[in-house]
Design a protein around this ligand. Structure first.
Ligand code: NAG
Ligand code: NAG
Length: 467
């Protein structure tokens, strides 16, 4: 009995010391001397810029800094990035170093709070300070209220947050600025001190807040920006070693704003400039330069209302769905185009080939709930591997098209909650034996040859029944 009981106190001692160690290393030794937060609510993609000046008041060096988020916010985070800033040289030039940021589970997290750990490159020595610049992006965090509006109304939304920055550390001084798209702010939670001027709300400055201080606020404001949400986007990028890159993009688009109430009146929509202010009828796709053979169609057929503008640096495709989109309305369509292969296919130093293409969605200011990119490699390609600068799910598929014998390897990349910052280059490496380029012409040639032989045989064989 005694022997059975004895390990328990030791175990709980271990836990207590672990807890003490964690809370000491994470909260007590780091202080935030100054924090400034800027929340940009001008579109439906919310950007938060956070500048933190951290100080290590402990005795040992600290290599991690924690960011805390309420559980309701963390599920909508699409992107998070942290930079360490340093002023170097005589001219005090600012330099930035990108730091590693990872979601972290902590055993003693209060109220289901979720964390991200920023790993410092140079551990912060006792008494030292560092400045961090954090950018994080939320989606689906503006709640339309009223939830249903008519065509002539303007869209109002709620944004909820805390006037105080949620943090496991003591914050000596902090301030928050919230930028609204227009001066039309119906209401906002007032705390002492807070202030509104034009399109800016100010919360703070607040002095000396204890760890995990929280003060809920709600801002109710006008936002008529297009809430363009692509529920699903499948982009297929097909490499042909005969010189082209064929792109086909399947969109399931929805207006993510307040639901449309009543009957849609096209006359009203076209005659009154304010009518349907929160709807959208045009979408802009940014495509690479030198694009050609562009098409835009839906299940009915080609849609002629699209305009392509190209210059040496970029191409812009303006598309217009068959009807303007109001809250909750959907549109499905396909955009296809061809690009010159030499702009995107290169040879790496180890002799492999690689495609260098842009990830994300070409439509501007769009949230993609589920993005799939399929890179179809030429037949006979081997050892594919993808390099993407953020985590994505990957797997391989095989696709067969005309004249394929073994099929083409397809590298499939999947990402949930993609926003415009994800439109960065990614690479797909593979090896390719040029002999495979001869396969299709050889097959065609032999088919013609067989046909020719068959014709010859037919002409020379006398099939008539004559005696
Ligand atoms: C649609 O447009 C594409 C490109 O402009 C063209 O090749 C195709 O034939 C058109 N299809 C129909 C059904 O009009
Ligand atoms: C991919 O292309 C971008 C420009 O579009 C370029 O900045 C980048 O260096 C390229 N990456 C590789 C690995 O070639």
């Amino acid at each position: 009995m005694d022997a059975l009981l004895r390990p328990r106190p030791t175990l709980s001692l271990v836990f207590i010391s672990l807890f003490l160690f964690l809370s000491r290393s994470f909260s007590q030794e780091i202080h935030i001397t100054n924090a400034e937060r800027r929340i940009d609510l001008s579109s439906h993609i919310i950007k938060v810029f956070l500048t933190l000046k951290v100080e290590n008041t402990g005795e040992t060096a600290a290599s991690d800094i924690l960011l805390a988020f309420p559980p309701t916010q963390v599920q909508h985070i699409a992107f998070i990035e942290a930079l360490a800033t340093a002023t170097t040289g005589k001219r005090k030039k600012k330099s930035y170093v990108r730091l590693d940021v990872k979601p972290t589970e902590l055993p003693d997290a209060p109220n289901g709070i979720k964390y991200f750990t920023i790993s410092l490159i140079n551990p912060l020595k006792s008494g030292d300070t560092a400045t961090l610049e954090v950018l994080y992006i939320f989606t689906h965090s503006l709640e339309p209220f009223p939830v249903e509006i008519s065509q002539s109304e303007s869209q109002l939304v709620y944004y909820r947050d805390s006037a105080l920055i949620l943090s496991p550390y003591r914050i000596k001084q902090q301030i928050t600025f919230i930028k609204t798209p227009s001066t039309k702010v119906e209401s906002f939670t007032r705390v002492e001190p807070s202030n509104r001027a034009g399109t800016e709300l100010k919360y703070g400055p607040f002095e000396d807040q204890t760890p995990y201080s929280f003060s809920p606020i709600t801002v109710h404001f006008e936002n008529n920006n297009p809430f363009a949400v692509v529920e699903e986007l499948v982009r297929e990028v097909e490499i042909s070693h005969w010189g082209s890159l064929q792109i086909t993009e399947h969109y399931n688009l929805v207006h993510g704003g307040a639901r449309h109430k009543g009957v849609f009146s096209r006359v009203d929509y076209q005659s009154r400039s304010f009518s349907g202010a929160y709807s959208f009828k045009q979408l802009l796709a940014r495509l690479p330069p030198r694009v050609h053979s562009v098409y835009y169609r839906d299940e009915i057929g080609n849609i002629s209302s699209s305009h392509l503008r190209t210059d040496s640096r970029k191409s812009e495709l303006e598309i217009e769905p068959r009807y303007p989109l109001f809250g909750g309305w959907k549109a499905t369509f396909v955009i296809g185009y061809v690009l010159p292969l030499q702009d995107f296919l290169f040879e790496s130093s180890d002799g492999r080939r690689y495609l260098n293409f842009t990830f994300g969605c070409p439509l501007v200011e769009t949230v993609v709930d589920k993005l799939t990119i399929k890179v179809v490699l030429p037949e006979g390609s081997k050892d594919p591997s993808a390099v993407v600068p953020f985590p994505v799910e990957q797997h391989l598929e095989t696709k067969y098209s005309y004249l394929d014998i073994v099929g083409r390897t397809v590298v499939v990349l999947e990402k949930k909650n993609a926003v415009p910052v994800h439109n960065t280059p990614f690479q797909v490496y593979y090896t390719f034996n040029p002999i495979f380029m001869l396969a299709e012409p050889l097959m065609l040639a032999s088919a013609f040859f067989l046909l020719f032989v068959a014709c010859l045989a037919y002409l020379h064989v006398d099939l008539s029944i004559r005696k």
